[in-house]
Every structure is written in C-alpha cells, then in structure tokens.
Design a protein around this ligand. Structure first.
Ligand code: LCS
Length: 404
C-alpha cells in the first residue's frame, strides 16, 4: 500500500485503500466469496495458526472489505479499521470488546436512540452500568467517572440535538482515570473531525450515513490506534459475527472517493439553510454548529473543519405544526437516516429516538417538537423553496385555527 500521509484529504479520499489489482483493475475487485481455497493442507494450517498471512473465510477477513477498512483507517488517521454489518453492530462490538460485568460506562445523553437502549438493556443484562450525562459540560464528565469506569462514550455532535463535546478535554480526563474514549464520528465524518488526533482511542461510524453517502448501504466501521487493540477487536468481531459484506464494502469504498467534495457541499448548503431558518418567524430553537447562536459554537470551531449537514429546529405551533411541515415538503424526503446526497427530514421523538422513552429523551434535550433535517447536495435554492412552501402550509393551518 502506498504512503499517502503527505497528501491532501481530497486526494486521500480518491486513493486510500487502493492497491495493485489483477488485470490492472483501477478499483478493488468485489471478492464475492464466502471462503478461500488453500493451496495445500499445510497452507490451510499455517493460515489458521498465523504463521502465514492470507484470507481464510469472509467473516474473518476479505480483500474487498479490507480495502475499504484500510481507506477509512487512513482517512481517520488510525492504525486499522474493522467493517461491521451496521453502525449498531460496530457499537455492540466495541462494548463487547472493551467491557466486562462490573464495569461502568459514561455516555453522552444525546446519542442515537438505540445506543442508549443497547446500554440500558443488553449491556445492563450482562452487568455493565451506564451513567448518561451531558458531555458538553466538562464538569459532568469529571463527576461521572468512577473507579470502575472503563469507557467514556461520546457522540459529537450528538444525534439529534447537535450538542458538541470537547474530545480533547474529555480524553485528558478519561485517560487520567484509565478509561478509553470512544467517539461516534458519524455526524462529522473524517473530512470534518478527527477524534484520534484529538486524543480519542476508538472511533466509530455508521457507514450508512456520510461515509457511504448514497443511502444504499447499511454498515458500520470501527477505527483503532494500535495493533494489539486491532487484534482483540478482530477476534471479538469474528466471534460476534456482525461483519459487513464485500458488495457493501465496495459501495462504501466508492462513496469515499467523493467524501471530501460531498462534505464541502453539505456544509455550504446547511450553513445557508440554517441562517435562513434562524430568521424565519415560524422557527425556534434552531441548532446548527455553524451558527454563532449554537451554545457550543466555540468548541465546534476548535475541533471541526466544517460544521456538517445536520440541522435541528422546532416549528412554532409545536409538534402538530412540525407534522404539517414534514407532510408538506416535496424535495426533502420524510425518512430517517442522514448523510446521503438527498435531503431528508424526520421527527426524532416519534422516530429515531422513540425507543429511548420520553424521560431519557427529555433528559437528552430531545423535545417533542424537534424536527431534524439532513441537508443533501441538491441546489440550496431548491431546498429553501421547498421549505418555504411547507412553512406557508404551516402558516395557513395557523390561520385556519385562528379563524375557527
Ligand atoms: N450512530 C449514529 C450517530 C447514528 O446516527 C446511527 C444511525 C447509528 C450510530 C447506528 O447506525 P446504523 O446501525 O443505523 O448503521 N442513525 C440513524 C438515524 O438518525 N436515523 O436512522 C438511523
């Protein structure tokens, strides 16, 4: 593999994870095979014992998967990466690899709903206790760490509230207490935020989002900093079995080539839309990391290279007004997920974060009226016109109510 360390991020996106292939293929071939033939019984035995390197069985490793993993490890500035069947498979593999019964986790209160649920159900059942805190407040992290804290799990910006936590400060505190810092970097991607450079130990992504970028793959990735951790995580992933498959890896690797370009566009358009929304009379409590009104704007400036494509806000008139907005857009598609080329809109309290329960949602700052938009790469004028049209519908409904 070539050394790309001196190259610009745009160039790395195109070339990372790419090797020399048979027939001069410019892109990694899809090795759509479950298993690999040994040259002899001795060869098979030495692959299993580790004396020789090579591929054995796709759950253990596959060249198409490995090419995608190497690309993301390079983009994140990590040592190696592990491709998983979904973001949640990656989260579960990390917890299973790092935690034992009796251990404690400190976790951001604003995280993707199923991450909260996984900690509160499966991990709890196996004897792992979690304290959920607002990790944007450093004092909270200091106060929540206990002698048995093994993992500080930070999602930043958090889904969906876009709370920004200071990875560098949190890493210093966690490391002083011997805990590992895991960062869910899904909302930023390595184009905008590099948690390992800021001190984190493990980075994960839902590949389903910006990294693949085309809403046609479900996948996850774990990036680690050293070989010992990599080998331990690889064994854990092999045992749990939640691996990604070769075809999805190929699609993700293809998506990575335009990551830098796509993120640039997501950031530019989201900034324009957020500024437009902030001035709109029917919008309140807007959050976008690129707005000076964001409570953690300065932390974002310190650790982001751009402010991302995610915006949240409330519509005047509460959830009923929000529903009218979501039912009235044409270009924005009413769907969960995010980070694709197409713009999406959704309602966290009844959709992505429903499984958390109302109490945990409110503690995490997820109000019933919150609407989340994932800004795609369409023309920003078309996107604003679509929202404008939907707000007119909201206003008309208000007029009807007022007259009634
Ligand atoms: N981490 C974050 C920050 C996420 O947003 C998601 C999915 C996951 C992990 C899990 O990844 P998955 O298993 O779905 O690949 N977020 C979703 C969302 O906000 N809407 O739909 C899925």
């Amino acid at each position: 593999m070539k050394n790309h360390s001196k190259l610009d991020f745009h160039t790395k996106c195109v070339h990372s994870g790419i090797d020399e292939y048979e027939y001069g293929s410019v892109v990694p071939p899809i090795y759509q095979t479950s298993t690999f033939k040994f040259k002899s019984a001795q060869h098979g035995a030495s692959l299993f014992s580790g004396e020789e390197k090579g591929y054995i069985y796709t759950r253990m490793l596959n060249p198409t998967i490995e090419a995608m993993e190497n690309a993301i490890a390079e983009l994140e500035g990590g040592h190696k990466a592990l491709g998983c069947g979904s973001g949640m498979a990656a989260v579960h593999t990390i917890f299973a690899a790092l935690l034992s019964a009796g251990d404690h986790v400190v976790c951001s209160a604003a995280v993707y709903g199923p991450t909260t649920t996984l900690l509160n159900t499966v991990m709890k059942k196996f004897g792992v206790e979690t304290t959920f805190i607002d990790t944007a407040v450093i004092e909270n992290v200091k106060n929540a760490i206990k002698p048995n804290t093994k993992v500080v799990y930070v999602e930043t910006p958090g889904n969906p509230t876009l709370c920004i936590s200071d990875i560098e400060e949190i890493s210093k505190i966690a490391h002083k207490h011997g805990a590992k810092v895991v960062v869910d970097n899904t909302f930023m991607s390595p184009a905008l935020q590099n948690p390992i450079a800021l001190g984190a130990d493990v980075v994960m992504h839902s590949l389903t989002k910006f990294l693949n970028g085309h809403a046609d793959v479900v996948g996850g990735i774990i990036v680690v900093k050293d070989d010992e951790t990599y080998k331990h995580f690889r064994k854990t992933l092999n045992q749990l079995g939640g691996v990604i498959d070769p075809f999805n890896s190929f699609l993700v690797h293809r998506g990575l080539k335009t990551l830098a370009l796509r993120m640039q566009r997501h950031c530019e358009s989201a900034q324009i839309i957020a500024e437009w929304l902030e001035k709109h009379p029917l919008v309140k409590n807007i959050r976008y990391p690129g707005l000076k009104s964001h409570p953690h704007y300065n932390v974002g400036l310190k650790q982001h290279k751009g402010h991302g494509g995610m915006i949240t806000f409330e519509v005047e008139g509460g959830i009923e007004a929000g529903k009218i907005l979501m039912n009235s857009v044409h270009l924005h598609q009413l769907a969960v997920s995010l980070g694709g080329v197409e713009s999406l809109i959704q309602h966290p309290a009844s959709m992505t974060h429903f499984s958390m329960g109302k109490e945990a949602r409110l503690a995490g700052g997820i109000s019933d009226g919150l609407v989340r938009v994932s800004v795609g790469i369409e023309s920003v004028d078309d996107l604003i016109a679509d929202l404008q049209h939907a707000f007119v519908k909201v206003k008309e409904a208000h007029l009807v109510e007022a007259e009634a």
